[in-house]
Design a protein around this ligand. Structure first.
Ligand SMILES: Nc1ncnc2c1ncn2[C@@H]1O[C@H](COP(=O)(O)OP(=O)(O)OP(=O)(O)O)[C@@H](O)[C@H]1O
Ligand SMILES: [Mg+2]
Length: 310
């Protein structure tokens, strides 16, 4: 079982417009709502791959109820930890012409100490049954910056492997607890290392340096330019095929799920990276925060270019 933890779930509301007119009138051509939050997205893609998964999420208010109902209708196994505040709504303004998203994300509701204790109790009670725990996304207000570190230590003590995908102070603190896998993008790697990660050589050096933190695998994703995977002393580079992009929101989550799928299948590092890159690219080919479909992932799998760098 691959479990995911989402402390700050959201309704992702994608507004499709022709082109963004900042400070002026924008007419919306389509609205799509998806239940989201990074851990939830990972679980939805793992389900697409046919893997057993369970998403745990702190949910509250009318929006929280909608998220829970929608996921349950989809058949996703969901464990709800109730929170007094309302789950947030994040706006994604998708410009059809520029093919880019402008994201406006709410901070999320204030979470109490009691609610966080329930999260820890849930880990204590269940982590022994999890092969992997994916800890993903931002932390809502009220959560101490070392909370992910506490989760990692508790889950590792019960034998679960940890995949971590977050940013800023939460990421800096959490890697001290040595997760098994991290999935930074360029910006997150820059935050961690305090230097630019813009070019191919800088990205490769960043992946190698992050492995020195005592983390077994680093998946450094580079948007349309693909990814580097550093793992067990090897470094691999993947480049996705060119696709018609519909929304890049959630590509990182699909890429993480694809990598875990590869690992679960016992695939080689290069094939696991192929699954990851294909899942990320397939996600980009669909509108909103919609998980990629298996047929598109399988088709793109064969078109990913893979090269060994170390
Ligand atoms: N425009 C694109 N074309 C093809 N593949 C893409 C594109 N954007 C992303 N991908 C694929 O998805 C993977 C992850 O993308 P990216 O680096 O943008 O993640 P991210 O910044 O963590 O995204 P998010 O946090 O929104 O989920 C990339 O490694 C790549 O394989
Ligand atoms: Mg990301």
């Amino acid at each position: 079982m691959i479990a995911t933890m989402t402390l700050n779930p959201t309704i992702d509301r994608t507004l499709e417009i022709c082109r963004l007119n900042v400070g002026g009138m924008n007419r919306v051509q389509a609205v799509i709502d998806h239940p989201s939050g990074k851990g939830i997205n990972v679980s939805r893609t793992l389900k697409t791959f046919g893997l057993p998964t369970q998403a745990t999420a702190l949910l509250g208010g009318e929006s929280g109820r909608w998220i829970a109902e929608t996921l349950t209708k989809e058949g996703l196994k969901l464990e709800v930890i109730p929170t007094a505040g309302s789950s947030r709504t994040n706006l994604k303004i998708w410009s059809r012409e520029a093919k880019e998203a402008t994201e406006i994300n709410e901070p999320g509701p204030l979470v109490s100490e009691k609610e966080l204790e329930q999260v820890l109790a849930h880990i204590e009670a269940n982590a022994a049954h999890w092969q992997w725990l994916v800890i993903s996304g931002s932390m809502p207000p009220g959560v101490p910056s070392d909370f992910y570190g506490t989760l990692i230590t508790k889950a590792k003590a019960q034998g679960a492997k940890i995949a971590l995908d977050t940013s800023g102070a939460a990421l800096k603190q959490a890697i001290k607890a040595q997760p098994d896998l991290i999935k930074p993008n360029e910006t997150e790697a820059e935050e961690l290392l305090g230097r630019y990660v813009r070019h191919e050589t800088e990205a490769e050096a960043a992946a190698a340096e992050l492995l020195q933190y005592g983390i077994r695998c680093v998946l450094l994703t580079l948007g349309k330019d693909g990814a580097f995977l550093g793992c067990d002393g090897e470094i691999w580079r993947a480049v996705p095929p060119e696709i018609s992009v519909k929304s890049t929101v959630g590509c990182g989550d699909a890429a993480l799920a694809g990598l875990l799928y590869g690992f679960r299948q016992g695939a080689s590092l290069q094939d696991a990276l192929r699954w990851s890159t294909a899942a990320g690219a397939a996600n980009a080919s669909l509108p909103g925060t919609e998980p990629p479909t298996l047929d598109v992932i399988q088709m793109l799998f064969h078109q990913v270019l893979i090269k060994r760098h170390l």
